[in-house]
Design a protein around this ligand. Structure first.
Ligand code: ADP
Ligand code: ZN
Length: 611
């Protein structure tokens, strides 16, 4: 059965229905697709999960000739190719890790004009052999996925992408579509310049991802906080990601999660290529799998049903944080992101920037990005509004879908406790970290307190009215507000800044967030989970469970990830509509003609067995 004649033109909407089984385009997709079917080039900015793949897959199928997709990661290419083949699209991937037989098969299909979509790594594409072959072929379009890899300003610069500007010169008649989830204006301009897209349109979707509930918490008891979060957000069968600041921490996190009985994996740049591939593969195929990783784990994650993303350390910019949490809930179903952070993170990140070999300009930019991230972490108004503002997007209303909106922090006049803490810092000689200063405030006679005679100070014991956790919260907020610095290169001692002076003199009021000062409760316990436009409470439905079970077996038999058979969303819709025959099943979003033919009878059988 051949659906797509490689040489003839097709209608986009018809391709969407027939091949992908979706009823309508989403957001900007239609505009982008019409433009590129007509032969236009451009740059597409859409958040992760926004639906970028269809923006190039549909035009590639509609235009005569071969669609060439440049992609930086092998795992990503292979999953997309597997998903396309499920839909009977002649797709293949060309990269350095194919064995010679596989590579020969790809070349054979390429030479015979059989292929409709070719995924290729940048270094393979720009090798003379490939280019010479492409010169002779009709090319529908070049899609440059993860286009921020071309820019040094982006956070995933790939030297191999540097060769891509030549596409514009060598194939001037072929439209180029670059796609990225990075909205940082500097990176965007750089991509346009590098890929010769300055005069082509920029398609910019909203970066809001309303189905991702976002929240942040001061890191208090990290494991307990994560356990509570995973239990709630993972909902027993959902996959999740835990981003850690260092490789070591990723390893340790995976270890204790495993000891907890979780199916936990680890990923970081220090793994061997084979280990990385295995981790990718297991993550793509596992059910309630959780990946503890550094930010090295990212672009290859194509699974649409990641239910939660946690950060155990402060990300270095809102852009990277958003890209990382954006890996949750691509299927549009509810997902959740949690950021854990401490004052030490902020200080450490500032220190790293200072000590890096970057130019002053670059350091300044990095500092701005970090400050923006801190303002999100320490927010006392809607976090999503602050976040979207970082991307140059106005969000007039509070979102109602973040921890702050759901549970607005109460502010209180914290001038007096702030003065107590600052004066304890001064009186102990600005030589101690928060732990010791707080011991003095609480009037604890630790060996260190006695040794330095700090039990003789007037500030000794003046903080007994508040618990230790409250003092930690106050210290952190004073750091965030810039009244205290943490000297990271030594032992994390606290040092008052100029901004501390008016506070100590009583000339300036300090407003503090009550909840950061009160003992902390994990996000879920005190806060209700908001209602979302979900397809029912699918995970508790026995029909949905039976369909998932069938899907797992079917996927395992073919050695592909479950979601390339059908996504959760599709199964949930089937479980709620309960189609009686193939016609009705074919109307469900995500059931295209090929999938209907392949799996329709089996799905109807599962439904009958559930009756
Ligand atoms: P991105 O590459 O931008 O992160 P994807 O292309 O992976 O996003 O799409 C995200 C999810 O949205 C996928 O599960 C995809 O099947 C789904 N999707 C995309 N476009 C549509 C559409 N028009 N109708 C229904 N589902 C869609
Ligand atoms: Zn909000």
């Amino acid at each position: 059965m051949t659906f797509i004649d490689p040489q003839s033109e097709q209608d986009p909407l018809e391709v969407l229905h027939r091949v992908f089984g979706h009823s309508a385009f989403r957001g900007l997709q239609e505009e982008v697709i019409r433009h590129s079917v007509a032969g236009g080039s451009g740059l597409v900015l859409m958040p992760t999960g926004g639906g970028k793949s269809l923006c190039f897959q549909v035009p590639a199928l509609c235009r005569p000739g071969l669609g060439v997709v440049v992609s930086p990661l092998i795992a990503l290419m292979e999953d997309q190719v597997a998903a396309l083949r499920q839909q009977d699209v002649a797709a293949a991937a060309l990269h350095s890790e194919l064995d010679p037989d596989e590579a020969r098969a790809v070349w054979r299909d390429l030479n015979s004009g059989q292929l409709k979509l070719l995924y290729v790594s940048p270094e393979r594409l720009t090798s003379e052999g490939t280019l010479a072959r492409l010169d002779e072929m009709r090319i529908a379009l070049f899609a440059i996925d993860e286009a921020h890899c071309v820019s040094q300003w982006g956070h995933h610069f790939r030297p191999e992408y540097r060769a891509l500007p030549m596409l514009a010169e060598r194939f001037p008649a072929v439209p180029r579509l670059a796609l990225t989830a990075t909205a940082d204006p500097r990176t965007v301009q750089d991509i346009q310049r590098q890929l010769g897209l300055e005069d082509s349109p920029l398609f910019r979707a909203s970066f809001d991802r309303p189905n991702i509930m976002i929240g942040a918490l001061a890191r208090d008891q990290e494991r307990a906080q994560l356990r509570g979060f995973i239990k709630r957000a993972g909902d027993s069968s959902g996959a999740g990601l835990i981003y850690c600041g260092t490789r070591r921490k990723a390893e340790q996190t995976a270890e204790w999660l495993r000891a907890d009985g979780q199916d936990a994996l680890v990923f970081h740049a220090g793994l061997e290529p084979a280990e990385k591939r295995e981790a990718h593969r297991r993550f793509a195929r596992g059910d309630a799998v959780v990946m503890a990783a550094t930010i090295a784990f990212g672009m290859g994650i194509d699974r649409p049903d990641v239910r939660y993303v946690a950060h155990t350390d402060l990300p270095k910019s809102p852009e990277s944080w958003y890209q990382e949490i954006g890996r949750a809930g691509r299927d549009g179903l509810p997902a959740e992101a949690l950021l854990l952070y401490g004052a030490g993170d902020i200080a450490l990140a500032r220190h790293r920037i200072q000590e890096s070999g970057a130019s002053d300009e670059q350091k300044r930019v990095e500092r701005q990005r970090l400050d923006a991230m801190v303002s999100i972490a320490e927010a006392s108004t809607c976090r999503r509004q602050i976040l979207l503002r970082c991307f140059g997007e106005a969000a007039p209303e509070p979102c109602g879908r973040c921890d702050i909106c759901l549970n607005p922090p109460k502010l209180f006049d914290g001038t007096v406790p702030a003065q107590k803490l600052l004066s304890a810092v001064l009186r102990t000689g600005r030589r101690f970290g928060a732990g010791h200063v707080i011991d003095v405030l609480l009037g604890k006679t630790t060996p260190k307190v006695t040794q330095f005679g700090h039990d003789q100070l007037p500030t000794f014991g003046v903080g007994r009215d508040l618990p230790e956790s409250a003092w930690k919260g106050i210290a952190r907020q004073l750091v965030a507000q810039g009244a205290l610095d943490v000297v990271v290169e030594n032992h994390g001692e606290l040092v008052p800044t100029e901004a501390a002076r008016p506070i100590l003199k009583g000339e300036q009021q300090v407003m503090l967030r009550e909840e950061l000062v009160a003992p902390l409760t994990p996000l879920g316990r005190s806060r209700a989970r908001p209602a979302l436009p979900v397809l029912g409470n699918a995970s508790a439905d026995p029909v949905f469970a039976a369909l998932r079970d069938w899907r797992r077996k079917t996927a395992a038999a073919q050695g592909v990830p479950s979601y390339v058979i059908f996504q959760d969303r599709t199964l949930a819709e089937i479980a709620s509509v309960l189609p009686a025959d193939l016609d009705a099943l074919g109307k469900v979003s995500g059931v295209g003609a090929t999938k209907l033919e392949r799996y329709g009878d089996a799905v109807l059988r599962v439904l009958r067995e559930c009756e």
